[in-house]
Ligand binder design. Structure first.
Ligand code: ATP
Ligand code: MG
Length: 442
């Protein structure tokens, strides 16, 4: 992509409304545009990152056996009356009437809709286990939308719903999502810690929030330092092996970790002073077992191996991709801007032409652009007539992992410079060497 043909509305000044660094940087880097209270458009740079985040989530959901669907945003109030939540949900739910004066709502979550699907088609235990997910916009009329896409009213959510014959099956499904979440966040360059969360009237211990430690987080959290060095399960994890998956969950739930609401002073006091991490955290995912909370009132049942009817046992599993984009920035930035982890970077390389119009610089940039893109790299080629200082500032601000800098003096000697955004390290290389460095065959 040529920058001259891209849409990157960079802000020079710090936007006054932004209280936290991710919000400030997302606005300055032209990733999002606020359209109303807690409502944002995703501009090209932001959309590229959001898509990469969603792709990782999809890959890890699919690996764990979940199946992607897509449910509507506008839902019928009648379904929610069946579960009893229409009246319970409160002011966070946006209620709408259609032209026939029917009560509708903009979905804040999808348990009712997905349970309706399962009740219609799934009749036997042989059709289970089943886990259906989608990535869809949600609306919650938050009391205090703030921090940009971190807490907005309209936001993207990946929500998965598992259905099993009994508690044992539901627990195995819960464990698969737990492990899938560990892998998902690690792949985005984040260290997420599963913390015990409140199960409310459902009870039990099957609810965890996945929390990123960050000073700007809205929750106060407590955990054992051991979490910071635990090994995250690899790509070859066998999701079909319930025992192996349960062992991983055990390892990741044994050290102490809890959010404020679940904090247990006695357990905390037993930890040595040096092992205690008390910090602020951002919730990026939440998994929850709820048993027959929806299947019972809505009548979603299957015939079991015993020939009897059983209400299916369910769980729901949320991740906020839009909040994650901000959380990644909170975890990875410096004074000059964003530092994208490679897996979610909008482009892999920023190719900077220091003297557009200079025949040699233009030629070498053209060559490098084809070589890198040919090697499968996403390249943002700064072919604008801005001064070099401005180009460097832009490249640092938008945080691409690598900058490849082409200037007249270097080119005369057959050399270019590469800069690693994270370490700041610079290296001068012959042009052919630079091509090889990024996988191109010279
Ligand atoms: P919170 O406690 O932060 O209000 P929640 O517990 O209401 O979140 P869940 O219902 O568990 O959220 O939603 C699943 C995920 O969706 C959350 O872990 C978070 O990543 C994301 N999410 C929830 N609310 C918002 C929001 N207002 N803006 C952006 N993302 C959100
Ligand atoms: Mg939650």
């Amino acid at each position: 992509m040529r920058l001259s043909q891209f849409f990157l509305p960079i802000l020079k000044e710090n936007p006054r409304e932004a209280e936290i660094v991710s919000h400030r940087l997302m606005l300055r880097a032209g990733m999002i545009r606020q359209q109303g209270q807690g409502s944002f458009s995703w501009l090209p740079l932001g959309k590229l990152v959001l898509d990469k985040v969603c792709r990782i989530i999809r890959e890890e959901q699919n690996r764990a056996g979940a199946l992607e669907i897509l449910m509507p945003t506008i839902q019928s109030a009648d379904l929610w009356r069946e579960s009893g939540r229409y009246d319970d949900y409160g002011k966070e739910m946006l209620r709408i009437k259609d032209r026939q004066d029917r009560d509708m709502l903009y979905g804040p979550t999808n348990e009712e809709v997905v349970t309706e699907i399962v009740r219609a088609y799934v009749k036997s235990y042989k059709d289970l286990p089943l886990n259906l997910y989608h990535i869809q916009w949600k609306f919650r009329d938050e009391v205090r939308p703030r921090f940009g896409v971190m807490r907005s009213r309209e936001f993207l959510m990946k929500d998965a719903y598992s259905f099993d014959l009994d508690f044992e099956g539901a627990k195995a499904a819960y464990n698969r999502m737990f492990v899938s979440y560990l892998r998902t966040f690690t792949r985005m360059g984040l260290q997420a810690i599963p913390m015990r969360a409140d199960t409310g009237p459902i009870g039990g211990d099957l609810s965890h929030e996945f929390i990123i430690l960050a000073d700007t987080g809205e929750s106060q959290v407590y955990c054992d330092r051991e979490y910071l060095s635990l090994q995250v399960p690899g790509e070859n994890t066998d999701f079909a092996n319930d025992g192996e998956i349960a062992d991983i969950v055990k390892t990741w739930t044994t050290p102490y970790a809890a959010t404020d609401e679940m904090h247990d002073e006695a357990a905390w006091d037993k930890l040595g002073e040096a092992d205690r991490v008390s910090a602020r955290g951002i919730e990026v995912g939440h998994i929850f077992h709820f048993g027959d909370k929806y299947s019972k009132p809505m009548g979603a049942k299957v015939t079991g191996p015993d020939g009897k009817d059983h209400f299916v046992s369910g769980g729901s599993y949320g991740i906020g991709p839009s909040r994650l984009v901000a959380a990644i920035i909170e975890a990875s930035h410096d004074d000059n801007g964003i530092i994208w982890p490679e897996a979610v970077a909008p482009f892999d390389i920023g190719l900077i032409n220091m003297k557009v119009g200079d025949a040699d610089c233009d030629r070498v940039c053209g060559e490098l652009y084809s070589a890198f893109t040919g090697a499968g790299k996403d390249v943002l080629y700064d072919d604008t007539d801005q001064r070099p200082g401005g180009k460097f500032a832009t490249a640092d601000l938008i945080g691409l992992p690598w900058q490849v800098i082409v200037g007249p003096r270097g080119v005369a000697a057959g050399e270019i410079e590469i800069k690693n955004r994270r370490t700041g390290e610079r290296e001068t290389l012959p042009v052919a060497e630079a091509k090889k460095r990024f996988g191109a065959i010279a």
